[in-house]
Design a protein around this ligand. Sequence first.
Ligand code: GLN
Length: 195
Amino acid sequence: METRKRVGVLALQGDFEAHERALQRAGADAVQVRTADDLATVDGLIIPGGESTTMLKLIEQENLFEPLREFGERKPIFGTCAGAILLARGVSNPMQRSLGLMDIDVQRNGYGRQLDSRIATVRPDAASGLGGGEVEAVFIRAPIITRVGDGAQVLASYRDTPVLVEQGRFLASTFHPELTGDGRIHRHFVEKVAG
Ligand code: GLN
């Protein structure tokens, strides 16, 4: 029998509990990560949505910035919304330090008022490995992914902007897959962790 993977959720700020539930549904053991010692026990990590400036401040306070970057050199990370902002190389509106693990640039709150908080339907690319059909995408003050590097692949778009991007062991979404019952994106990440 295959062993369940331990997937961490950065639990400093934001909606980490919804990710824990989604990971359990996807067949992984979810672990709250608050310290570098916690990080050392997991096979992959989700950086949740929330407020990226606050999360960054807490990451720095807990001396987690370098451990997170080193973790990303070896293991899969999935960033959702604020988590995607932290994974990006370039952050604007305003500029902000980030882990720079993914070759994407983001503009914070990029959709403005029109997409302050909305549920939209996106259709992942046929080659995404997510299976066919639509995905319900919950956007909450989402960033816009303004640049996707050559090594990264857009798995889904909304209004001609990328909203789900994969780059090797990294995955970033500007929406919140943990807030819907559709487990495909979490299962996709757990498979990355297992593979
Ligand atoms: N607007 C937030 C930020 O810039 C992200 C919002 C979210 O994670 N839902 O950090």
